[in-house]
Design a binder for this molecule. Structure first.
Ligand code: NAD
Ligand code: DAU
Length: 361
């Protein structure tokens, strides 16, 4: 039975990945989830898997080399899927240090512990081991608005925010381990994800939650920045396929050609909520475009992201399965069915963050 060590499995993409893997492989795999449970880590995301015999949660910090080393010593880990990170650009602008600590130092610790555990006396690595580093398209910087340019795996790195700079640093460390030691790894650089369990500091869950609560919908700058949105389950599928079929030492971009301006996203959410809310629901009356509020732009705001996914399609046969129209309906339906989850997340710390970030309630 193959053993996966998933870091950051209590976060948004990590928890969706764990669900995806158990749905697909059931009892044929074992997953060890290592997460320190920051504000973004939530064990409620994993309630339905926590009693499985082939699932273990370990609360540990990826920067703690003793704790991580012990996990490798006590378990025969076959695959590392490294999600754990500080992930929100706005927070990185206010408090960059923790991004460097977790994203750069934490990745160095993970690489070092895996290398120590997997390396043979002759400097080669045990058969079948792989480290998959989950990264972002933001490392490539910003594209012009002309719609003809894309991020390729060969696009030079040009990160602008402390978040993307720290992710670029972590990617470079993985590349250095591959080049120097022939360390068995892959890097995936994915575009913006959305779906169940996403923390409401990110655009899509924030807009859904605010609209349902009749609160203002903050749009940065002119609202015309473009992001390339991917349903989170499609990202999980891509990671699994790269792990299975990806050639060692390669980087794969992950994205589904779904570019949209932020203001389009906000309008689609309003329309979809209007469509999905029954007439008897009192919230239907206040969900409308009057809530849209243009606010001060994000510092250093990248204008456009767009992935060219040709390489991953050709190499491993990955293509997204969920179009945006269906994905956003599934996401909104999930938030309708999980109001308790949102209530628990919108706690005092979140309110404090929201007020300091947006200077409004
Ligand atoms: P998230 O913020 O929802 O989750 C991050 C998880 O990491 C949390 O559970 C948190 O508790 C954990 N964590 C943070 N610091 C830790 C530490 N020091 N030790 C152990 N655990 C720690 O993030 P996400 O949106 O799920 O992103 C996951 C990964 O995917 C990140 O590496 C991110 O850069 C990358 N990524 C995200 C997106 C996106 O759109 N969200 C797109 C591309 C790539
Ligand atoms: O591209 C991949 C990246 O996508 C990931 O690496 C990051 O971890 C993830 O957070 C995400 O980064 P973004 O900064 O693109 O996502 P966010 O949801 O924060 O913002 C999306 C766009 O919406 C961005 O242009 C900023 C804008 N925005 C965001 C918020 C929170 C607003 O206009 N208003 C808002 O309130």
């Amino acid at each position: 039975m193959r053993t996966y060590l998933v870091t950051g499995g209590a976060g948004f993409i990590g928890s969706n990945f764990i669900h995806y893997m158990f749905n697909k492989y059931d009892n044929d795999i074992r997953i060890i989830n290592v997460d320190v449970l920051t504000y973004a880590g939530n064990l409620e995301n994993l309630k339905d898997v926590e009693k499985r015999d082939n699932y273990t949660f370990i609360k540990a910090d990826i920067c703690d080399s003793e704790a991580i080393g012990k996990i490798f010593e006590e378990n025969d880990i076959d695959r590392v899927v490294h999600f754990a990170a500080e992930s929100h650009v706005d927070r990185s602008i206010k408090n960059p240090e923790v991004f460097v600590q977790t994203n750069v130092i934490g990745t160095a610790v993970m690489l070092n512990c895996a290398k120590k555990s997997w390396e043979l006396p002759d400097g080669s690595f045990k058969e079948g081991k792989k480290f998959l580093h989950v990264s972002t398209d933001e490392v490539y910087g910003s594209l012009p608005e002309d719609k003809t340019s894309f991020f390729y795996e060969t696009t030079p790195y040009s990160p602008h925010s402390p978040y993307s700079a720290s992710k670029a640093g972590s990617d470079m460390l993985v590349k250095a381990y591959m080049d120097t030691y022939k360390f068995p790894a892959n890097i995936t650089n994915c575009s913006n994800n959305y779906g169940p369990y996403q923390f409401p500091e990110k655009l899509i869950p924030l807009i859904i939650n605010n609209a349902l609560s009749g609160k203002k919908l903050p749009v940065y700058g002119d609202g015309k920045n473009v992001r390339d949105w991917l349903y989170v389950e499609d990202h999980a599928k891509a990671i699994d396929m790269v792990m299975e079929k990806g050639k060692l030492f390669e980087t794969y971009n992950v994205g589904g050609h779904n570019e949209k301006q932020n203001i389009e996203i906000v309008n689609i959410i309003i329309e979809t909520l209007q469509e999905m809310l029954p007439d008897s629901d009192p919230r239907k009356a206040h969900v409308n475009t009057d809530l849209i509020t243009y606010v001060e732009d994000r510092k250093g705001h990248d204008r456009r992201y767009a992935i060219c996914p040709d390489k991953i399609k050709e190499a491993v046969g990955w293509e997204p399965s969920t179009c945006f129209k269906d994905g956003i309906k599934k996401t909104i339906a999930w938030f309708f069915e999980n109001e308790e989850w949102m209530k628990n997340v919108i706690n005092k710390d979140y309110q404090k963050y929201y007020e300091s970030m947006y200077h409004m309630n």
